[in-house]
Design a binder for this molecule. Structure first.
Ligand code: SAM
Length: 333
């Protein structure tokens, strides 16, 4: 089994894969209303994605996260999960997991568990049905709640991801902490990141630093620093009153790049070595050029050798354009 070490001595053990750029929601901070999606011909087949992911596993990736767009709207996505689950069985992979909006979980939760998925991140920014419809532009909260119930019943551990949005969900923070406590879910707050054009709104209007979120939570809850790590970028506290964890993902107020162990693959086979930089490596060409994986393995190593030290996201009134032009749904959140 190989090992991938970047120029700053960080071992790359975590691959996030955007299996489709399409989504059944249009969250206001993520996409514009009239998104243009990739033509199907440019998107890798599930077999190709499996081969690419397997090359990363062979080279030392221990954790794989499927994301998107919405991973569970990709047709026959369970075939990819099934293919990748063999790496769990062989012990080459520690974890196969997903980030999902939950809309399709009622359909897939049991099968995911059968394939060895143990936990999922479900993105949910509000518990209010009207606000949910407004944030997602047309999503139905009921459907997500049914998905969460099914996931819970199937035995999946659940972490809720909520993007902190000024004037939108900042009055619901306590309610979300309490609800997650009751349901047995962990909760992670995320700062809105300047990625991709989103139409009329600007991210200055949406942005709420998590230092503010934490200060608000401190008024009601007892938050204890803990050393819990999932291999992702969140820092965690435990909530004394609920016994659950809260994570904070703070790409803007506290840059977490020094411990970055991740790279991101898009559904077209482009590898981004950093979420917040434009540099990328084309892996589709070496993948398609030969059936044996030598070219691909070399291309992966070359890409890791130029992983940058970090990103430099900025949100303020002087920086009106997104720091990176691509949307989160393209690179995979
Ligand atoms: N559709 C899936 C979901 O909703 O979780 C997976 C993809 S979505 C792009 C992954 C995560 O990225 C979600 O939690 C979403 O809220 C978050 N996200 C999208 N755009 C973002 C942005 N500009 N800043 C911060 N988080 C963002």
């Amino acid at each position: 089994m190989g090992e991938m070490i970047d120029p700053f001595g960080r071992a790359i053990t975590y691959l996030r894969v955007s299996v489709t750029d399409r989504c059944d929601f249009r969250c206001v901070y993520c996409m514009s209303e009239d998104m243009t999606f990739l033509p199907k011909a440019e998107v890798l087949s599930l077999e190709e994605l499996e081969r690419l992911c397997s090359a990363f596993v062979r080279q030392g990736v221990r954790k794989l996260r499927l994301t998107g767009g919405e991973p569970l709207v990709r047709r026959n996505i369970m075939n990819l999960c099934r293919g990748l689950s063999r790496h769990l069985k062989s012990g080459a992979l520690d974890e196969l997991t997903l980030t999902t909006n939950g809309s399709q979980l009622a359909k897939y939760a049991t099968e995911l568990v059968d394939l060895g998925v143990r936990r999922v991140n479900v993105s949910l920014d509000t518990l209010d049905p009207d606000k949910f419809a407004a944030i997602t532009r047309w999503g139905k909260l009921d459907k997500v709640m049914q998905g969460l119930e099914a996931a819970k019943a199937a035995g999946l551990a659940i972490k809720i991801n909520a993007v902190a949005l000024k004037g939108v969900n900042d009055d619901e923070l306590d309610r979300m902490v309490a609800w997650c406590g009751d349901e047995g879910f962990d909760l992670t707050f995320i700062e809105v990141m300047p990625m991709g054009d989103i139409g009329g709104e600007t991210r200055v209007d949406q942005y709420m630093p998590l230092s503010m979120v934490r200060a608000k939570l401190n008024e009601k809850w007892t938050l204890d620093e803990i050393d819990y790590k999932t291999g992702g970028p969140a820092r965690y506290v435990s909530v004394k009153e609920t016994g659950r964890r809260i994570g904070f993902i703070t790409p803007l107020t506290h840059n977490f790049c020094e411990s970055c162990n991740r790279v991101r693959l898009t559904c077209t086979g482009t590898l981004y070595m950093c979420l917040g930089q434009e540099d990328a490596a084309d892996l589709r060409t070496p993948l398609r050029m030969s059936d044996d994986d030598d070219l691909l393995d070399n291309a992966i190593h070359e890409a890791i050798a130029r992983k940058p030290k970090g990103h430099d996201f900025i949100i303020d009134r002087r920086h009106k354009r997104p720091s990176v032009s691509r949307h989160m749904s393209h690179t995979g959140g």
